[in-house]
Write a protein that binds this ligand. Structure first.
Ligand code: PAF
Length: 283
């Protein structure tokens, strides 16, 4: 696996693979890779002939009081994991390479509708930063397909809409969340948790499962259900940012008539913000 740091080198390596008739997959990441990222790369290597991963801690998607500075940078360990998972090329640019005119000089994308509310409400500008960097990566690599984790459910919806709205010829795959044995969704931010906090975190997935089961059994009073869910999560020692039920394709607030639903949660454990979701079907 080669690691390149410039757009020029990236384009040259991808052009070589394409000239050999290879189908290209892109897996964008911010590094500090875990088994969830490795699963994306492995899936990509099954779907395509040449897998490009990117590692870039994107300052444009962090708010002023967020964890940009302390976000773990673990390039050597990440390279090893990518190689083992079947990656062919790693793009690990600097901030200057990605944003040569600086952050303020960078044109930004706003994906309408699905960017509003949920994480978009709590983290103003976050999805503009995500959409902008992902669109730049798409233009740099011009992959046939790109793979993202379903753990970031709203992000995936934003990227799907970006691709649709801008007619980008890229197939988007959302891949199942990889979880620890106790149900906690793998996330680079889990590393911030103390041992005691880590033991409390599975309440998120447990609560989502219980709520989904009650909805499947016929309960439809979403406000009452979600309020109970919030109480359960807060009783475990977390602070709720949001807990919402949405229709899963367009992320509209769920109604009793919807059949494809997703419950999404964000909560703080100390200063660490965790997110999770559960998508399900009801007849
Ligand atoms: O999900 C992430 O790690 C990031 O938001 C992404 C998609 C790599 C864009 O920076």
């Amino acid at each position: 696996m080669n690691t390149v740091k410039t757009v020029r080198e990236l384009r040259a390596a991808v052009a070589r693979a394409r000239s050999e008739g290879k189908r290209i997959a892109l897996v964008p990441t911010m590094g500090n890779l875990h088994a969830g990222h490795a699963a994306l790369v492995t899936k990509a290597s099954q779907r395509a002939d040449f897998v490009v991963a990117s590692i870039f801690v994107n300052p444009l998607q962090f708010g002023p009081s967020e964890d940009l500075d302390k976000y773990p940078r673990t390039l050597a360990a990440d390279q090893e994991k990518l190689l083992n998972a079947g990656c062919h090329l790693l793009f690990a640019p600097t901030v200057e390479e990605m944003y040569p005119d600086g952050m303020d000089g960078q044109t930004r994308l706003h994906v309408t509708g699905v960017s509003e509310g949920l994480c978009g409400g709590s983290r103003p500008g976050h999805f503009d930063g995500v959409a902008t960097v992902v669109c730049k990566l798409f233009n740099m690599v011009q992959p046939d397909m790109a793979l993202f984790g379903e753990k970031d459910f709203q992000q995936l919806a934003v990227i799907r809409k970006l691709v649709r709205d801008l007619n980008l010829p890229i197939q988007i795959f959302g891949e199942a969340t990889v979880r620890a044995e106790d149900g906690l969704a793998l996330s680079s931010r889990n590393g911030y948790l103390t041992e005691e906090q880590r033991a409390l975190a599975p309440v998120l997935q447990r609560t989502l499962k219980q709520l989904a089961e009650r909805i499947r059994q016929g309960e439809r009073d979403f406000p009452a259900l979600l309020s109970e869910g919030c109480q359960q999560i807060e009783a475990a020692g977390l602070r709720i940012d949001y807990l919402e039920a949405r229709e899963s394709a367009g992320l509209r607030p769920a109604t009793a008539q919807d059949h494809q639903l997703v419950i999404l949660v964000a909560a703080f454990l100390g200063t660490t913000r965790l997110i999770d979701n559960l998508a399900f079907h009801i007849d």
